[in-house]
Design a binder for this molecule. Sequence first.
Ligand SMILES: *Cc1c(COP(=O)(O)O)cnc(C)c1O
Length: 231
Amino acid sequence: MTSIAANLQAVRERIATACRAAGRQEGSVSLLAVSKTWPAASVRDAAAAGQTAFGENYVQEALGKITALEGLGLEWHFIGPLQSNKTRAVAENFDWVHSVDRLKIAERLAAQRPPQLPPLNLCLQVNVSGEDSKSGCAPGEAPALAAAIGRLPGVTLKGLMAIPEPSDDVALQRRRFATLRRLLDAVNAAQGTDLDTLSMGMSDDLEAAIMEGATIVRVGTAIFGQRQYQK
Ligand SMILES: *Cc1c(COP(=O)(O)O)cnc(C)c1O
């Protein structure tokens, strides 16, 4: 077994344990393997161990891996900051975007999604940490933004995503994640929708996220190891 396969198994066990602790079904949380900075060979190892969904932050880097691994049936999620000039490549090559935080980006993705592909799945990224975090819309903007995105063709709004500030304080982690969960409830109540995706929780805080209702956890380091470089 490769270390990636062993790490994946350990992460799956963490998820299962957290689901039991939270009184949730094991299958209610899906694992997104965050492969940024790791080569296609690492993704291939994870795929051989049964992992199908991968998260990437950098468009150029991701496109190389997507091309190299075509035919493996992998699902690609864009989770990094997204600039207008990169939306076309993302709309054409990814299955999900978790990091939509303004209408202009969603409109471009919608217009640029090739009509022969299924709708691009989107999450609205919300800043639940106040001034400690730069990415994401303000919580108060989320209901109106979600409503506007929900009207766009070519994309399907699935729910909300957040990256709270790193903290060892589990109570604080849970408060941030609970903020996102309540916001999703508020968005659904305001629109009469049933958006069901909460993309929250990473290597160091996935248990707290699962306690508060995460449906997708985005895990890099615990699967692939410590990243050797930051872009
Ligand atoms: C890098 C990254 C992750 C994974 O973080 P780890 O701590 O390595 O698990 C998750 N989400 C986003 C948005 C990231 O950029």
